[in-house]
Ligand binder design. Structure first.
Ligand SMILES: N[C@@H](CCC(=O)N[C@@H](CS)C(=O)NCC(=O)O)C(=O)O
Length: 250
């Protein structure tokens, strides 16, 4: 019997969420080692040269980067397709995914979630309130103004659910973890889009694990998730002392 796919990465990462939602929608069995990248051991460094999550392992194949992983899943498990068939729409879906991964990643993850949550609870350091205010009050509104022009009043961006919807919604889940709610008066389309996308069963199933993870200290998360019946790998790469990643050593 073939081994289930393995995902290495914490449930509260938006990049991991993207991949898990794709797996759930495609009905592919997987196991997960739900570690934060900061506590990855030497084996983690070997598997992920940037010390980032997610990692996908399929037998001997090791893949890094959520975009690369989602495209692999699409090639390997084509149904249901999560990329529009029409080439122009397919390219636009990839752009919106890239926009979410890069700009929302910078603003929501590094400017807000890392500052408010990870910095304090993982590294015992103070939040830089200036960075948070700039992200929340200046940089995120720029993204919301753009998204408001891209997102549909109803349904998904390209008709059927695609990687664009999944990527965009994933980041706003992390914004909610740090108590940010999109103002529905100012950005009605985006607020409604995020709400209905996150309400999809694939996101909701993961939300149970995310809600517990976000309230549990790093060293207890695996135990709590095991009790909840999360599909955990037998072994973990996440028992090292917290350390900064490769790309942001400051
Ligand atoms: N482009 C990458 C970004 C992955 C990423 O930045 N993951 C975060 C977790 S939310 C991480 O591992 N950060 C640790 C670090 O950069 O040091 C992807 O799409 O997978």
């Amino acid at each position: 019997m073939s081994q289930p796919l393995k995902i290495i990465g914490n449930y509260i990462s938006p990049y991991v969420r993207k991949v898990l939602v794709c797996l759930e929608l495609k009905g592919v069995a997987y196991e997960i080692d739900p570690i934060a990248p900061f506590v990855g051991d030497e084996r983690f460094s070997e598997l992920s040269p940037l010390r980032r999550i997610p990692i996908l392992m399929d037998g001997d194949l090791v893949l890094n980067d959520s975009t690369v992983i989602c495209e692999y899943l699409e090639d390997r498990y084509p149904q249901p397709s999560l990329y529009p068939r029409n080439p122009a729409e397919r390219a636009r879906a990839r752009w919106l995914e890239e926009y979410a991964d890069t700009y929302l990643g910078e603003v929501v993850i590094w400017g807000m979630f890392f500052q408010i949550g990870v910095k304090r609870y993982v590294f015992g350091e103070a939040t830089d309130d200036e960075v948070v205010s700039r992200a929340r009050d200046k940089e995120l509104p720029v993204a919301l103004d753009y998204l408001e022009r891209q997102l549909p009043a109803e349904g998904h961006v390209f008709g059927d659910l695609s990687i664009a919807d999944i990527a965009i919604a994933s980041f706003f889940r992390n914004a909610a973890f740090v108590r940010y709610a999109i103002d529905p008066q100012r950005w009605p389309r985006t607020a409604a889009f995020v709400e209905r996308t996150l309400a999809l069963p694939a996101f909701q199933k993961l939300a149970e694990f995310e809600n517990r993870t976000v309230r549990t200290p790093l060293d207890k998360q695996r135990e709590v998730l095991a009790e909840m019946g999360a599909p955990l790998t037998a072994e973990t790469l996440g028992n090292a002392a917290p350390r900064r990643g490769v790309m942001r050593l400051e």
